[in-house]
Design a protein around this ligand. Sequence first.
Ligand code: NAD
Length: 486
Amino acid sequence: MDMPVNPVWQQHLFLGGWQTGEGEPLAVTEPATGERLSQVKAATPADVDRAATIARDAQQRWAAVPFDQKAEILRTAAALLKERAGEINGWNTRECGSIGPKAEWELQATYEQAQMAAALPMQPSGQIFPSNLPGKRNYWQRIPLGTVGVIAPWNFPILLSMRSVLPALALGNCVILKPDPKSSVCGGALMAQVLQDAGLPEGVFHVLPGGPEVGQALVEHPLVKMISFTGSTAVGRKIGETCGRMLKKAALELGGNNAQVVLDDADLDAASSCGAWGSFLHQGQICMQTGRHLVHRSVADAYIERLAARAGNLACGDPWRQQVHLGPLINEAQARRVEDILQRSVAMGARIVVGGRRRGNFVDATVIADVTPDMPVFSEEIFGPVAPVMAFDSDDQATDLVNESPYGLAAAIHSGSTERARRIAERIRVGMVHINDQTVNNEFQVPFGGLGSSGNSGRFGGPANLDEFTTSQWVSVLDEGIQYPF
Ligand code: NAD
């Protein structure tokens, strides 16, 4: 079945409304087949300037829209996401290689983000503080930042863009979204349509598909007051440097190399199920992917046997035409990179227990054992369907191994004693830790984010959104003028 293609987004850019763009067509390709599915209009750095100027002019009008009208637009957007599930999930499957349940989960999570954003405009927006001057009143209030730039990756292109776009809009900002060029339809054009049809006023939201040069122009534009970036640590660092120089707010959600620790008293059936889910979901292309399985030596063989049995049962293929557990990696470069990490680690003594095979963009679910910290499969973010297993001998050693990584996004700890697991949790440097669960955990109402090379401590979700997407102003009022000593 062909996907519905809209000539509007094939030919136009969304600059607060559909407009002619000067850029080249950007091909939309299906990673499972290499087939060209469609095209979008690519943005240029000049379009960033157009969008930023339109957004600057629209922002104060948008901020002044009464809170209940903003909430209604966001609730309508939530309803449209559900109404268009067939179209959005279809594009997520074909454009991004997502299996059906992953696409459905992503859309449901985005729906929840939209509902939560709809509740933001009615939150209290300030506080009153006392003054030591009689008759003086101190108001402290949240105010919008102005225009927020959102730069998103391709792996969960709808959720990871909308988790910033929707709360930023709800709090009175205009937003310019730059989706990844590999997910410009589902993570860009379809979202523009949803928000336009939900009644968002002209000029408030913009979508600029394109690569690094468009992203860089967005980061460097003086009218863009904040960058919310989700992507690799290398690019996040560069963006952070630019924002630091420009004194611009930056929320950076970056890579991970997340550990699942399995203690000797763990339920191995549950732990291996969590391990398989954490390593293989969406072909491992998740920042919270379980990239390291640290297992107590006394149970390591039993754990590997269970994990390998689960991996061996996973079908890998075209998620649009077949019923599979794993789809393709996003492109051949990524698949080759995973293969290379495996080959280099095997050359250093690691042992592939199951999987290890690449066919074009497809990599089978792989369990690799006898891993040591100096191997690339341990130290690098893999972003592919690979579960590296390393044995440890004590809780202290497990703690040190978790902390050995410069990343600090998520971790999981499995133990029959939650007290023992909590003692380890308190000593590991990660932003999110899950006891007797897996690392790929995301609940929209709980602040989400990492430490170390995984980010600059920005947080998404729940109460954190109010702080992330606003700044504040102190207004003091005296009813009459006051005289100072000179
Ligand atoms: P990437 O950093 O290459 O690209 C992410 C986005 O940045 C894309 O839109 C890209 O076009 C843009 N970009 C690239 N260079 C840029 C530049 N110089 N200036 C401005 N924008 C630029 O990341 P990727 O490889 O597409 O995504 C995978 C990475 O993202 C992994 O490291 C993964 O862990 C991370 N990630 C993190 C989270 C999180 O919440 N922490 C979530 C998903 C993915």
